[in-house]
Design a protein around this ligand. Sequence first.
Ligand code: OAD
Ligand code: ZN
Length: 241
Amino acid sequence: MNSTFEKETQVVILTGAGISAESGIRTFRASDGLWEDHRIEDVATPMAWERDPELVWGFYQGRRRQLLDVVPNPAHDALVELERFLGDGLLLVTQNVDDLHSRSGSQNLIHMHGELRKLRCEECGEILVAMDDVHLEDKYVDCSKCGVERMRPHIVWFHEMPLKMREIEMAVADCDVFIAIGTSGHVYPAAGFLGLAQACGAHCIGINLDPPQNVDLFDEFHQGKAGELLPDLVNSWVGSE
Ligand code: OAD
Ligand code: ZN
């Protein structure tokens, strides 16, 4: 039943919170609209940052520290194997702001909802990688380029536009195979990539613990945990035992 990929197969993968669940990071939908015990509108909107920067900053510092306690799981590693086989023919698009895909070794990777490890200056656009060091203890970080105080988390908040949308949509429209892993299909525009891929003729594969909202659009759906299913699926796709 499973497909086999050629080296030339163009593949786009969309991952969501479910792929990091087995590493110990809670998904959004599992938290009843809360994110690590906070209401999303209190910590993940531009208005929240304006109204209460201390709360928002503290929240993201907590999320950054959590990254130090988690490691990639077999699902992240399986995608690295797939990239080894497909090379530039694989584009990995993640909605996750954790760094587990890159720590596992994925290279051709777009973080469409931003990255916990990065800060951005709203004035000059400077982006700073800020989590391995003293910045984890800092109360705010000033921009070293233009001097503006208080760089913001480089996170796409509600009411903001995801990053690199044009590049992603072009790749989705062009791909032969589209694979969605660990995402509930609730949050647009990411949830719309499946429909676009399907409309453009891609073979669409879903891997998720529960059937996601848009499950009917998949040509193949594999229900279960990504860390348990993906290693074998990748082996079957690349034709090894
Ligand atoms: P959700 O929390 O909405 O969905 C996670 C999905 O993963 C659910 O459908 C679960 O059934 C599934 N799941 C849980 N554990 C799994 C496992 N071990 N293996 C496979 N699947 C598993 O997360 P996302 O779809 O990523 O946006 O949410 C999308 C966006 O909504 C997030 O990026 C975030 C949030 O609001 C922003 O922060 C902008
Ligand atoms: Zn600046």
